[in-house]
Design a protein around this ligand. Structure first.
Ligand code: NI
Length: 315
């Protein structure tokens, strides 16, 4: 009898985090207990195997008809009263001092700026759907892409770049880099960099290690050799656990703050379903959306501690 978890799509999970290491037919089949154990071991930014196309998905053929995906029926765009909430046009510099730090989970800025980041794509259905939502709101985001997926869906990456979004290096095969040798890390990041360059002719300005896993010594090596700041996050909605669009949205809204970096995954349809309500609420709260390198370029030093003012002698 088929394991019911498999019918829910969990057969995509394998016991190995090594992307491409297991043929789908031979992938370890997980019992419920096995699945729960695996889920518990995965850290955030952790789709178990983001490289394996979902069962119904394959590489998009150039002339393939657009594929419909389920929309979020729980969200209703509010009735417009007054100006439509829209992110302002940003003419910010995106170059930043490479010596101003190595790792960032948030950035001190003066202003209500926030960076949305989407990991583990490109994904042929969810990423274009998200791009539509971002375009409608004039929002630029940062996509930490996997090199192997870029090779599968280069046209999705090209559209992402053409619409003004930023691309970051998220490794070639989404392995836990902290377990690899320096040479393996170099090779893996270079493969992702070349895939991005082949597909869209650009070089990613920052990187994010899968699972956030990179030792301090390795971060210094990557920063020195690639020039990448290592980008982590200040808000993690744990959307890879698929808690439902409204939970993803409420977690992001609860964690949002100026200078924040929001982690989520355009790999997952629920995350994309959560975006209209999330983005509209953040816009209505006055947030302005920038890319990660724009946020880094706005970095200010921590304000000095207020000087102690001596009390008047007669008080
Ligand atoms: Ni990831």
């Amino acid at each position: 009898m088929e394991n019911p978890l498999q019918s829910l799509g969990y057969k995509l999970l394998t016991s190995s985090l090594e992307a491409g290491s297991a043929d789908q037919d031979n992938a370890t089949k997980l019992s419920r207990r096995g699945f729960l154990l695996l889920a518990a071991t995965l850290s955030s930014c952790a789709a178990a195997n983001p490289l394996r196309p979902q069962a119904s998905l394959g590489p998009v053929q150039p002339n393939a008809a657009p594929v419909k995906t389920p929309s979020n029926t729980a969200y209703r765009t509010p009735q417009i009263q007054g100006p439509v909430p829209r992110n302002p046009d940003m003419a910010l510099r995106s170059d930043f001092s490479k010596s101003s730090g190595i790792s960032f989970s948030r950035v001190m800025v003066s202003g209500n700026y926030i960076a949305m980041t989407f990991d583990d794509g490109p994904q042929p259905q969810n990423t274009p759907r998200l791009l539509d939502m971002l375009r409608a709101r004039n929002i630029k985001a940062t996509f930490y892409v996997i090199g192997k997926s870029v090779d599968l869906y280069p046209q999705v990456l090209r559209r992402t770049v053409a619409e003004g979004h930023e691309i970051g290096n998220h490794s070639n095969t989404h392995r836990l880099l902290s377990k690899l040798s320096d040479d393996e890390i170099r090779a893996d990041l270079r493969l992702c960099e070349s895939a991005i360059e082949r597909a869209a002719g650009i070089k990613p300005p920052t990187m994010r290690p899968p699972y956030g896993g990179l030792l301090q010594r390795q971060r210094e090596m990557v920063h020195a050799e690639f020039g990448y700041p290592i980008i982590l996050w200040s808000v993690d909605p744990l959307d890879w656990k698929r808690p439902g669009a409204s939970v993803v949205s409420s977690r992001i809204l609860a964690g949002a703050s100026a200078g924040g970096i929001v982690l989520s995954h355009d790999l997952h349809s629920q995350t994309v379903d959560a975006m209209p309500a999330t983005l509209d609420t953040l816009l209505s709260r006055g947030y302005k959306f920038v890319t990660v390198s724009q946020l880094l370029a706005m970095k200010i030093d921590a304000p000095a501690a207020p000087a102690t003012v001596p009390l008047p002698a007669n008080s």
